[in-house]
Design a protein around this ligand. Structure first.
Ligand code: BDP
Length: 579
């Protein structure tokens, strides 16, 4: 999937802004045909979650309606025109000029409609109905009936089965864009190297009836490699050899520029630019190897979360978070618990962060009811995530779920199939899932990495760090003995209320959080089979209301929600920067 681009063959126009908006409390909009035009609206910022923009929005998960009008932008005439939503949470139905374009389920992943035949030169009316209700057969699920076997305790309001606020709305940009009549449909890159030569395998998908020339030009670091060939059916593969290759890695995130052109009778008819990081990622025994060298990642789990905008796309916050991660000495993160924006991923390539890209499959459970739909959604998310993020050198693994309640027998075969499915789609990256079950997680037999979340010293052994550290050590050794694969501690942490201090340290104080994280890191960094440690969380974040979540906040951030450091941030920096 190629992100919309602007060049002499393609145009993009961002139609985000202040749109007309209204809630549909009585759920009458469909019957009353609001898709023909909304009345009684108020302005709402797009992209952003609606929940913290409006008083009425807070715990309101929809349905709600948006509308905007646009003219056909200059340069769009006689081109194929598409409408792309980068992310709408959860269910979106879309109409253009009163005609339904379609619907899309699931936040955090893009969807596209071709609107060429339906678009007018002036005053096009775009209407979107969005609904983010929490339902047991959705992914992530909500409103799940209590069942001790699935470890749900229904403590949250709104009743999410996951620990972050169920923000709703059009949360990322909405784009109009064009492609030529015979376009480059898709490009898949994979890279490797042999001594000092980099090899970039490029698979280009074109239309059936394109029989012209495909030309690739790779430039960077004083090199220019050009290769061209006639298009073969729908898929053409070309290999570029890059002398004196500069490999991509966190210390030196070297990126080459790749221009892909289609030529028909010597006339250029399409062009796409991609950045290429040449690197390899592999699992060998107990090691995770980047460019053939063993790595031990340090970093965070995170959330797309900020006051007022909720889960909305906010470029300065993205920059701030990368800056904080650099300041503290982190080199990696997991896109907990859903795919992040395309822009966040582009910056990971540029700034040199290693990313475990995760699907929105959090809080999954395997009771029969609704299972078929949850499984369908998981496959759909896995496919879309890989299609979207496959060309990022920063992405070094796919995580297909966070903390599934996978002790029911249906889980094992489900994950076996899902892992195989992901491997078929991408043969170049490790595939994993993140579990709290540890030793009892049967799917670790099928995954490439063992990713576990541990809260010793917090949810168990509260206030007793020495016992927590002892348990952690024994637990990790036992897990490694059983699975013999690299282990990533994908979450560990403690809540610290900013400004709360205690000596001797006690729970919720900044000192306790700092001591817990330091203790964990010392144990983890000394274990040769640990390929990474991700602190939970980079920043405090909004969650649903619960007795254990003061003011609807999860305070496990080492930075506050406003992105200021707690004691733990300084402590981690000392440990991480010196290495
Ligand atoms: C883990 C979850 C994460 C939560 C965290 C916590 O993966 O989403 O926010 O616990 O309780 O189990 O802070």
């Amino acid at each position: 999937m190629i992100y919309p681009q602007s060049n002499s063959h393609r145009q993009v126009k961002d139609i985000s802004g202040f749109w007309d908006f209204r809630f549909d409390r009585k759920n009458e909009g469909l019957k009353k045909k609001w898709f023909k035009g909304l009345a009684k609206t108020q302005p709402l910022a797009v992209p952003a979650s609606w929940n913290d923009q409006l008083e009425e929005g807070k715990n309101n998960l929809g349905p709600a309606w948006y509308q905007t009008r646009f003219d056909l932008p200059t340069g769009f005439k006689d081109k194929r025109v598409f409408l792309r939503f980068d992310s709408v949470n959860f269910l979106a139905e879309v109409w253009l000029n009163g005609i339904k374009l379609g619907q899309h389920e699931g936040g955090h992943l893009p969807f596209v409609f071709e609107i060429t035949p339906k678009i007018k030169a002036e005053s096009n009316l775009l209407v979107v109905r969005v609904e983010g209700l929490l339902k047991p057969d959705r992914v992530p699920p909500g409103n799940v009936p209590f069942d001790p076997k699935d470890a749900f305790n229904n403590t949250f309001y709104p009743p999410a089965s996951f620990d972050f606020f169920p923000y709703c709305g059009i949360q990322r940009p909405v784009l109009l864009y064009t492609i030529p009549l015979l376009p480059i449909e898709d490009v898949t890159l994979s890279t490797k190297f042999k001594s000092s030569t980099g090899i970039v395998k490029t698979e280009i998908k074109t239309e059936n009836n394109f029989k012209g020339l495909i030309r690739l030009t790779l430039t960077g670091f004083g090199q220019k490699v050009v290769k061209e060939t006639r298009a073969l059916d729908r898929q053409t593969t070309l290999e570029l050899k890059v002398p004196q290759v500069r490999l991509w890695n966190p210390a030196f995130p070297h990126l080459y520029d790749l221009k892909i052109e289609l030529l028909d009778k010597n006339q250029p008819i399409d062009q796409v630019h991609l950045t290429v990081g040449i690197r390899t990622i592999a699992v060998k025994g107990s090691k995770l190897l980047l460019n053939g060298k063993s790595i031990q990642m340090k970093g965070f789990g995170r959330h797309e979360d900020f006051p007022v905008a909720g889960r909305g796309y906010l470029p300065p916050v993205i920059i701030r978070d990368y800056d904080l991660m650099r300041w503290i000495g982190a080199d990696s993160f997991r896109t907990t618990h859903y795919p992040y924006s395309d822009q966040m991923m582009d910056l990971a390539d540029r700034l040199g962060f290693l990313v475990i890209a995760e699907t929105p499959a959090v809080g999954l459970f395997f009771k029969q009811e609704g299972l078929a739909n949850r499984q369908r959604l998981c496959r759909q998310y896995t496919k879309k995530l890989i299609e979207r993020d496959k060309n990022h050198p920063s992405v070094i693994a796919w995580s297909l779920a966070n903390e599934p309640h996978s002790h029911r027998s249906a889980a094992k075969s489900f994950f076996k199939n899902l892992i195989q499915f992901a491997r078929k789609l991408d043969k170049t990256r490790p595939v994993t899932l993140v579990s709290y079950l540890g030793l009892k997680e049967e799917s670790f037999a099928d995954s490439d990495l063992v990713c576990v979340n541990r809260y010793y010293g917090w949810y168990s052994e509260p206030g007793r760090l020495p016992e927590a550290f002892e348990r952690l050590t024994k637990d990790l050794d036992a897990i490694f003995k059983k699975f013999k694969k690299p282990i990533l501690l994908t979450e560990f942490g403690a809540d610290a209320i900013p400004g709360c201090h205690a000596n001797p340290p006690e729970m919720f104080s900044e000192e306790y959080q700092a001591d817990l994280l330091e203790g964990y890191w010392k144990i983890l960094s000394a274990k040769p089979y640990v390929a990474g440690a991700h602190v939970w969380n980079l920043c405090d974040f909004k969650t649903a209301q619960a007795t254990h979540r003061p003011s609807g906040m999860n305070y496990k951030g080492v930075f506050t929600r406003e992105r200021q450091p707690k004691l733990a941030a300084h402590r981690l920096r000392k440990l991480w920067k010196k290495e």
